[in-house]
Design a protein around this ligand. Sequence first.
Ligand code: PLP
Length: 369
Amino acid sequence: MRDPLLLTPGPLSTSLATKTAMLHDWGSWDNDFNMLTANVRQRLLALIDGQNTHTCIPLQGSGTFAVEAAVGTLMPRDGKLLCLVNGAYGKRIAQLTQIMGRRVTVCDFGETMPVNPAEVKKCLENDPDISHVAVVYCETSTGILNPLEQIAATVASAGKKLIIDAMSAFGALPVSSRNIAFDALIASGNKCLEGVPGMGFVLARIDALKQCAGQAHSLSLDLYDQWVYMERTGQWRYTPPTHVVAALSAALDQYDQQGGQTARLARYSDNCRYVIQELNKLGLRSFLAPEIQAPIIVTVHAPEHPNWQFSHFYQLTKAQGVLLYPGKLTSAETFRIGCIGVLGRAEMAMAVDAMARALHQMGIPVNAI
Ligand SMILES: *Cc1c(COP(=O)(O)O)cnc(C)c1O
C-alpha cells in the first residue's frame, strides 16, 4: 500500500531512498556514525556559505527545541529580545523566551502583513535595551514571506544581533551568511531538505557562540556545551537520533543530485503556483496576495457554505490518499496546503482532484469538476 501524500509542512512526504537509509543500526560512539554527523554538519554549513565563520550544531528533538536552545544559549541572561511577529511561530519565540525568564518585547504585524523593516527600525530606536532580534523567514502559519535581507540590514545597522527561524524555508529559499548578518539561523531536517523529523540544527556565528559558555537556562538545550562536546569528541551529547541523521544524509545526497537550492525552489514554486491556479478554477481563493506568498505553504479560504466543515473535508481527502493541514489563523476560516516534500505536478494534481471530489461529496458546488 502506498503512503498518503502529506500536503503538510513537515513531517512531509519523503523519498524511498530517504526511508531506506533508516534501515540500519548505528552505534552512537562508533566512528562511522561520527563521520556521518561530521559530514552532515559540513554540508549544512556549506548551504549558508558559512565554512569560515559559522558552525553547525545539530540538536535532538523537533524544530522548536532548536529555537529554544538558540535563544537560551545565544542571548545573555540580561539581554532583551525583540520578536518580530506575524503569526504563530513568531509568537512561539516570544513565549519560549518569556518562559525561560529572559526579557522580551514584541513588534506585531498582524497575520496578513510581512514584517516591515521601517517599523523594526523604529522599535529598535525606541528601546535601547534590546540586544537581539528574532524573525521567522517564512511564517508557516500563513505562508508569508518576510523580507529577510532588509530586516537583517536594519538589525545590523542598529548594532543588534539577529536570530532567524528559517525552519520552513531553509534549503528552498536562499540565505547566505555572505549577505545576511546573523548570530544564529535555525532549521530542521524535516522541512525543505526532505528528511524525517527528530532533529533540528543551528547555524551559529562562531565568534558569537564563543561568548556563550554558561549562558543557557537548560542543560539539554545548551548549544554551547553541545558544540564544545561535539568538537572535542565527534559525538553528540546524549543519545543521538541515529536513524534521523542517516535519513538526512541521504536526503542531502538527493538534494545535491537534483540541483540544490535553486532546483528545490523551482519545484516548490511550481507546486505553489499550480495549486493556487487550479484551486481558483474550483472557486477557492488563496489567503495571501501573490507578492507576499512564499512557495512553501498555501493558506486557502474555506468555502462560504453551510456544509463546510474542515474535519469532514479532511476525512474525504484522506480517503483519497491526500493529507491536508488545518488553518492556524485567528481571524479567518482557512485550511492549508503544503507545497514541500517529494511532490511535483503529478502529486499536486492528485491533491486538487481529491479536494474537488471531496467538495462535491459534501454538496458544496464548485466551478468545475
Ligand atoms: C515547523 C516550524 C517550526 C518548528 O516546529 P516543530 O513542530 O517544533 O518542529 C518552527 N518555526 C517554523 C517557522 C516552522 O515552520
